[in-house]
Design a protein around this ligand. Structure first.
Ligand code: IMP
Ligand code: MG
Length: 193
């Protein structure tokens, strides 16, 4: 696929993503080798879309899937309000092993909110799997049990990550070109669109 115009640099290629997901699937399978009930994966919309799908298919384990939608900072470059749960799971997770599947952990605030919420549903265990981890940006004490790649403090797009709900469908992870985005925003403001 061609480099999108708003991409400054491709950070993680399709090949690297696939390889790492296969490694993660093996690690996660090993951890749950003795469970009796199906593992419940909870994908956090919308960013985890591709990671969840690819990970699930690579995971050789009996599992179910459900989704939550948490509004955190909605594809802006900076978080503008506290995370709010907009969609809850429908699955009864009581006594089930649960894995939260996230696209990226930044401040960690979304996950704290999710964990507090899901713990009330009395699962047997809850673990966190994130595709990307911006460890350097953490504002609260929370760590993923498994992560795909540690990334530095850049605004990232692609493979589920958005800029104002767009660019999620790039098949790689890229650093967004903030200068070009700024120009685009100025142009939009001028045209009042
Ligand atoms: P946190 O609550 O600060 O950990 O934010 C986590 C959420 O912010 C993620 O699930 C993403 O939706 C979003 N996010 C964080 N960093 C980026 C980024 O670089 N690009 C796009 N979305 C991001
Ligand atoms: Mg997200």
């Amino acid at each position: 696929m061609l480099k999108h115009d708003l991409v400054k640099e491709i950070l993680i290629s399709e090949v690297q993503i696939k390889k790492r997901i296969n490694e993660l699937a093996i690690e996660v399978k090993k951890h749950y080798s003795n469970i009796e009930k199906p593992l419940v994966l909870i994908g956090i919309l919308r960013g985890s879309l591709f990671f969840l799908a690819d990970f699930m298919m690579a995971l050789d384990l009996n599992c179910a899937v459900d989704f939550m939608y948490v509004e955190s900072y909605a594809g802006q470059k900076q978080r503008s309000f506290e995370p709010r749960i907009k969609l809850d799971i429908f699955t009864n997770i009581k006594d089930h092993d649960v894995v939260i599947v996230e696209d990226i952990i930044d401040s960690g605030r979304t996950l704290v909110k999710l964990l507090d919420h899901l713990k009330l549903k009395a699962p047997k265990s809850i673990k966190i799997l994130t595709f990307l981890d911006k460890k350097i940006k953490r504002e609260v004490k929370i760590e993923a049990d498994w992560f795909g790649f540690e990334v530095s403090d850049n605004f990232l797009i692609g493979y589920g990550l958005d800029y104002q709900e767009e660019l999620r469908n790039l098949p790689y992870v890229a650093i967004a070109d903030l200068d070009k985005i700024k120009k685009l925003e100025n142009k939009k403001a001028e045209l009042n669109v």
